[in-house]
Design a binder for this molecule. Structure first.
Ligand code: GCO
Ligand code: MG
Length: 403
């Protein structure tokens, strides 16, 4: 029996911070797992180094489910983003190893392909409506079949989801949290108009998405969803913070605009009511923040029973290791909906070399064994960690709002 002989946590910042777990076995096989929790990276690195790595040495790398249960139940303290991101990294690395040992790409171990590629959505944004429309045109030219649209709300600098200059949108932008302004009234006056402008200019032959980023009350969200119905959105994302899951019943009663939730969820228990009461249409959990491939597959399977489709989170803070894992899972599950995909900055690929490919608006996994991602550790050492926080938002009266 092979055993785990080494597990190392690598923190690197090629373009942005990433935490990666690299596991090595006595047969010399290595596996990678993403452990990046945006703005709280070192908490996961410490959890892994201090409390998980010592438990891995000497274990059988083939026993993925047993290791998952051991780390989840054995900690006594369950769930939470730090714990579940750490478990995810171990789980993903062990699946990578299993694939390499079998000589098979991960999707084969997960039951084989149900589709050739995973349709992705890209992030179009603009400082004003004209800029947004130009950006949508760019994504259409690149062959995207699904596009998310966000424009800066006039009078509220730092609106969520809007890219500055030509680079990728990166919300974790400051060494202490940037304070941004929020006005629900300004947003609700403005957003329906620019989403309508997108449909007027480009028509209905592509999927249009929009992220509300937890900013509204259920009443406001219901009203917005109703106003957007004729635009036939693919989804309205995170209309309201999801701790109060029954609040989605009210949104449902108000509108047929489909709802996507779950990028901040970390376990099946966070999704249970939303899925089993069909209060959402898409579940957005990701491999890295919800306990790895083992646990996310369980969530997707639950969702399938209730005709809830998948739409995993895939912003730049999910490393290419996560993206690879997501694509392998996406092509196998029957209830796949869409995969979020933000291209990483070119410098990120000096460290992480994924083999998935974007063609015709879909990500295609390669046939390389395991995840199909290499990590250049020498290159990683050239990009030391830089403290970076997500912003906070405040209302006009100075009080803190949901960001
Ligand atoms: C999305 C998300 C991101 C998050 C970011 C936080 O839909 O892609 O809302 O933009 O804000 O990933 O780390
Ligand atoms: Mg989002």
């Amino acid at each position: 029996m092979a055993t785990i002989t080494d597990a190392r946590v690598i923190v690197t910042s090629p373009g942005r911070n990433f935490v990666t777990l690299k596991i090595t076995t006595s047969d010399g096989v290595t596996g990678l797992g993403d452990a990046t929790l945006n703005g709280r990276e070192l908490a996961v690195a410490g959890y892994l180094r201090d409390h998980v790595v010592p438990l891995l040495i000497g274990r059988d790398p083939a026993r993925i489910e047993d290791t998952w249960q051991y780390l989840y139940k054995g900690a006594y303290w369950r769930r939470g983003p730090v714990t579940m991101t750490a478990i995810a990294a171990v789980d993903t690395a062990l699946w990578d190893i299993k694939g390499k040992v079998a000589g098979l790409p991960l999707y084969e171990l997960l039951g084989g392909k149900a589709r050739e590629g995973a349709m992705v959505y890209g992030h179009a944004s603009g400082g004003d409506v004209a800029e947004l429309l130009d950006d949508i045109a760019r994504f259409r030219d690149l062959g995207y079949q699904a596009i998310r649209a966000q424009a800066a709300v006039p009078g509220t600098p730092g609106s969520y989801g809007v890219r500055h200059g030509r680079g990728v949108y990166e919300p974790a932008n400051a060494s202490l949290p940037d304070e941004q302004m929020w006005s629900t009234e300004a947003y609700l006056d403005f957003a329906p108009g620019y989403l309508a402008a997108v449909r007027e200019r480009f028509g209905f032959h592509f999927h249009l998405l929009h992220d509300v980023h937890h900013r509204l009350t259920p009443t406001e969200a219901g009203r917005l969803g109703r106003r957007l119905e004729d635009l036939r959105l693919f989804w309205m994302e995170d209309p309201t913070p999801a701790e109060l899951q029954e609040s989605f019943r009210q949104i449902r009663q108000a509108t047929t605009t489909p709802i996507a939730v779950g990028e901040v969820f970390n376990s099946i228990w966070d999704c249970q009511q939303l899925i089993t009461e069909r209060l959402i249409d898409y579940i957005r959990v990701s491999v890295v923040h919800a306990g790895g491939i083992t646990h996310v597959r369980r969530i997707f399977n639950l969702a399938e029973l209730y005709q809830v489709r998948t739409g995993s989170h895939g912003a730049t803070d999910l490393s290419p290791v996560s993206m690879a894992a997501a694509v392998h899972l996406d092509v196998t599950v029957p209830n796949f909906g869409v995969q979020e995909y933000m291209e990483h900055e070119p410098v990120t690929h000096e460290v992480f070399r994924p083999t998935y490919e974007l063609r015709d608006g879909a990500l295609h996994p390669s046939t390389a064994p395991g995840l199909g991602v290499e990590m250049d550790e020498e290159a990683a050492a050239h990009f030391p960690y830089e403290p970076k926080y997500l912003p906070v938002s405040r209302r006009a009266d100075g009080s803190v709002h949901d960001w």
